[in-house]
Design a protein around this ligand. Structure first.
Ligand SMILES: [Zn+2]
Length: 63
């Protein structure tokens, strides 16, 4: 596990009862800014699924 980016955490508090939609952008930013913990497997899987869906939509729109 990497170092905790305390300054980033101070600016980006975690919400205890956040929904997935609220946690998702937090985890995306967190993964880039800080290495103190890994994204939960289910969150990472859901993100990957949504990125795939978004890519499919973009492809359809382009063609
Ligand atoms: Zn962190």
């Amino acid at each position: 596990m990497g170092q905790m980016n305390k300054a980033w955490h101070a600016r980006n508090p975690t919400a205890d009862r956040a929904t997935f939609e609220e946690r998702r952008p937090w985890h995306e930013r967190h993964a880039k800014a800080c290495g103190c913990r890994q994204m939960p497997v289910r969150t990472a899987a859901e993100l990957a699924k949504r990125k795939k869906m978004a890519a499919a939509r973009t492809t359809r729109r382009a063609t």
